[in-house]
Design a protein around this ligand. Sequence first.
Ligand SMILES: [Zn+2]
Length: 522
Amino acid sequence: MTRWHRALVAATLAACRAEPAYDLVVTGGTVVDGTGGARRAADVAVRGDRIVALGPGLSTRNARRVLDATGMVVAPGFWDNHAHLVTLGEHPQAENFIRQGITTILAPQHSQDQPFPLDAYRDSVRMAPNVGLFAGHTWMRKRVMGLANRAPSAAELAWMQALVDSSMRQGALGLATGLEYVPAVYATLDEIVALSEVAARYGGIYVTHMRDEGAGVMASLRETLDVGRRAGIPVQVNHLKVTGAAQWGWSERMLALLDSARTSGLEVAFDVYPYTAYSTYSDLMFPAWALADGADAFRRRVADPATRARLRREMLALFPRQTGPGPETIQFREVASDSSLAGRTLADYLEARGRPTTVEAAVDALIELQRAGGFIGIFHGMDERDVVRFLRHPGAMIETDGDLVTPGRGHPHPRSYGSFPRVLGRYVRDSGVISLETAVQRMTAQPAQWLGIRDRGTLAVGQRADVVVFDATTIRDRSTYIDPHHFPEGVRHVVINGVPVLESGALTPARPGVFLTRGRAR
Ligand SMILES: [Zn+2]
């Protein structure tokens, strides 16, 4: 056959085949559409990356692909309002997020390096989930000022403003800070306002890991609201929580403050993860001055007896404000100097060395571990009643605060595997803290509206086809603090931009994710 003949045969065959009506139909499920409205029986049909029909009894005769959702809930794909994606290049499938039903991940790299320029980064990565990026304050301050403990000069501030400006031009959703960490901790309110003003010009938002989530949490909330007022920017508190046994119960006054700010006209939102332990660097247990200018400066300080005595004194006072009552509430995730410690607690560490498990001994051990490079820990320092109160509040969006993980490697916080199934299992089905419809809304339409992204977040004709199918009767998290490497149960199918990334519980190789760009108009 000549090339011309082959083309003729192909064209004839194509004409004989009926054109498929839909690329994908999700059939037989109960739709919870993200608006908060009541669930209803409906099929969802997709062509390309859009939902083109939604209703009962859609025909599947000409569908290219059918996903069975009988007995299951069909919802818009979940939005993780805050996760760490530094290693996205190595984990483009983002399996531990996809298996929770997450289709969109917002990544304020508030304590890590931000990819820059964003344009080049976007071109270099193809990933399964949709991703939203922010201009990262920590990254730009390090780049411009190193770890200096001082205010920026006028020239340094202008340079940082230029970095925000350039990130916003390249599609960042806003400015992100991690004010609890070195070097962001050295920034004053004026610096944050000056940078937020640049993000506000582009319709961006301000998201923050606040300066203090323990004893100073009320002051931190006020500071966050001040950024909103002074820079004229909507503000979002990442992982709203109150840590430290001394502060348990403060959720009530925190929510009252946020509510009054909202009543006064400020745009305020927050996100929360459903666990009573948080995970962060050992830096948290030290006063900020002790860590200024890096590891060598720290070693020099603790070698000086007077400075070390002052440090111990301050750390003793800091301990119950930052974590639970004793060294058993600090669990190691990754220890720079000894990987075998992962999963053990600081109390285990002291016992193994024949030392008392007192807070005094714990402080000395923290100093010695910090000298050897520090650690990432899991701090069991929150109260369940505070977590529930936050989850119940209408302003709460859901997040993992998780990382991209390799199954079996290291000792991650279980939130990386289980946050969304845990909300739907433990807090919706088992304890009825919020309804299924409300929980889905918090996970979908609420963040989409907050960011002004109009074509995602609900199941409706014309929306991008980000869909999750899960069994509301079985969905649950399976990772624990002791045994953290388990995918959750109950998530059956996940579709992103019309393409299945999880089909009947099996991960597909597809990477249909896109980078979100700003949707808010100013
Ligand atoms: Zn954080």
